[in-house]
Design a protein around this ligand. Structure first.
Ligand code: ADP
Length: 384
C-alpha cells in the first residue's frame, strides 16, 4: 500500500516542471528521495544552484504535487543543491551530448534560423521581430529570440521583460550554461541582460564594443544559452552591414534572412545592401517585410506617411539574377502597435485585431506553415 503510494507521489513529483529548464524535474535528476509514512510524504529535491531564482516556485509546485496524491495528508520537503559533478552531468545532458562550446544551430540542426535585418534603424525591425516571435510561439512552435542589435537593443522592453526600476532579468547560470528568460512563450537573450548601470539613475550603458568582442558575444549567445530544441530561432540583427551581420553570416551561413524596410524609396537602397551582404555570406533571403505602410484612417481615407512601393522595390532588387525574393508582408502604420511596444506588451497579444497585428500574424502563419530546414537549407517561404 505504502509502496504504491510512494510510487504515486514519486510520479507526481517527477512530473513537476522546472520553470527555467522547462523539463520535468524527474528527468533532470533533481528528485533525491520520496518516502511515505503515516500519510506524510517526505520528499528531497536538489536545485541546480544556490539561490536558484526558480526555487520558490519549484518548492511550491513539488509540495502541491505531492499533496495532490490521494492518501497524502502532509508533505515534508527538503531542498538541497546539486554537487559540482551532478551539475556538470546535467549541463552535459542539456547540451544533448554536444561538447561545451559547440554551436547547436549548425547545418545539421532542425531549427530554422531567421535573421531579421534592415538597412537602417527605426524601421520597426525589432518591433516586428518581437511580435513575430510571440506569434510563432502562440502557434505552438518552440521559439528562441536573440537580440543581437547590440547598439540599440530593445527586445527585453518590447516583451515586457524590463522591470519598473529599469532592470532587466539576468539569465540564470548553471556553470557555463545560461538559461534565457521566457516572455510570452519565447526564450529571449539580449545584450541588455549583461549591461550594468553606472549609477542608480543612469541608463544601461551603450555598447561601444569592437568587432572581435561582438563576434564573441554572438557566438556565446549561440553556444552557451540553453534554448533546448527550437523550431525557430529569430535573430534581431543590428541595422546595416556591420560587424555583427558579418559574424552572424559566418556563424550561421545557412540562416534565412528577412529584410525589413519602410515603403520609402530612400530606405530601399540601403535595405537592399543589407540583404546583399547577407547573401554574400551564403544566407538565403527568405523575403522582404514592409513596415509602416499605408494605414486606413477612421474616415476611410489612407495615410501613406512613408510613401509606398518600397517593399516591392526591395524584393525586386534582391530578385535580380537569382531566386525570386518576395514581399511577404506589408504591415501598416499603427498607433496601437507603437503604444503596445512602448508598454511592453506585444500587439499580437494585446490587440490581435489591430491591422498591424493581423499582418504580423499572417507572416507568422506563413513561416509556421513552411517546413523546417532540410539538410540545412530551408524551403522558401511563400505568401499564401
Ligand atoms: P528598429 O528595430 O528598426 O530600430 P523599432 O522596432 O525600435 O525599430 O521601431 C522604431 C519605432 O517605431 C518604435 O517606437 C516603434 O514602436 C515604432 N513602430 C514600429 N513599427 C510601427 C508601425 N507599424 N506603426 C507605428 N509605429 C511603429
Amino acid at each position: 500500500m505504502t509502496d504504491s503510494l510512494e510510487a504515486a507521489v514519486r510520479r507526481a513529483v517527477d512530473a513537476v516542471v522546472d520553470p527555467e529548464l522547462r523539463r520535468p524535474i524527474g528527468e533532470l535528476d533533481m528528485v533525491r528521495r520520496v518516502s511515505v509514512a503515516g500519510g506524510v510524504a517526505d520528499v528531497g529535491i536538489v536545485l541546480t544552484i544556490v539561490g536558484c531564482p526558480a526555487a520558490d516556485r519549484i518548492s511550491r509546485d513539488v509540495r502541491a504535487a505531492a499533496a495532490s496524491v490521494d492518501g497524502i495528508s502532509d508533505v515534508a520537503l527538503d531542498v538541497g543543491v546539486m554537487s559540482a559533478d551532478e551539475r556538470r552531468a546535467l549541463t552535459e545532458r542539456l547540451r544533448g551530448g554536444r561538447a561545451a562550446r559547440e554551436m547547436p544551430f549548425g547545418p545539421a540542426s532542425l531549427t530554422r534560423v531567421i535573421a531579421v535585418t534592415s538597412g537602417k534603424g527605426g524601421v520597426g525591425k525589432s518591433t516586428v521581430t518581437a511580435n513575430l516571435a510571440v506569434g510563432l510561439a502562440a502557434r505552438g512552435l518552440a521559439v528562441g529570440l536573440i537580440d543581437a542589435d547590440v547598439h540599440g537593443f530593445s527586445i527585453p522592453g518590447l516583451l515586457g521583460l524590463v522591470a519598473a526600476d529599469g532592470s532587466v532579468p539576468q539569465p540564470t547560470r548553471i556553470d557555463d550554461l545560461m538559461l534565457p528568460p521566457v516572455a510570452h512563450g519565447v526564450k529571449v537573450i539580449s545584450i541588455g541582460m549583461f549591461l550594468r548601470r553606472t549609477g542608480a539613475d543612469a541608463p544601461l550603458g551603450a555598447v561601444a564594443w569592437r568587432g572581435p568582442m561582438l563576434h564573441r558575444t554572438v557566438q556565446q549567445f549561440l553556444t552557451d544559452v540553453y534554448f533546448g530544441d527550437l523550431d525557430v530561432l529569430l535573430i534581431d540583427m543590428p541595422p546595416g552591414t556591420g560587424d555583427v551581420a558579418i559574424s552572424v553570416g559566418q556563424l550561421l551561413p545557412h540562416a534565412d534572412v528577412l529584410v525589413v524596410t519602410t515603403p520609402q524609396a530612400a530606405a530601399s537602397d540601403i535595405a537592399v545592401r543589407s540583404g546583399l551582404v547577407a547573401r554574400q555570406t551564403g544566407q538565403r533571403i527568405a523575403g522582404v517585410v514592409e513596415n509602416m505602410a499605408a494605414m486606413t484612417l477612421p474616415d476611410g481615407s489612407t495615410l501613406e506617411l512613408f510613401g509606398s512601393g518600397g517593399g516591392a522595390a526591395v524584393a525586386a532588387a534582391l530578385s535580380k539574377g537569382t531566386d525570386p525574393v518576395e514581399l511577404l508582408a506589408s504591415i501598416p502604420l499603427s498607433p496601437v502597435l507603437r503604444a503596445d511596444a512602448d508598454a511592453g506588451i506585444p500587439a499580437v497579444v494585446a490587440h490581435p485585431d489591430d491591422p498591424a497585428s493581423i499582418a504580423i500574424e499572417g507572416l507568422a502563419a506563413m513561416i509556421a506553415a513552411s517546413p523546417r530546414g532540410l539538410s540545412g537549407r530551408s524551403l522558401p517561404i511563400r505568401p499564401s
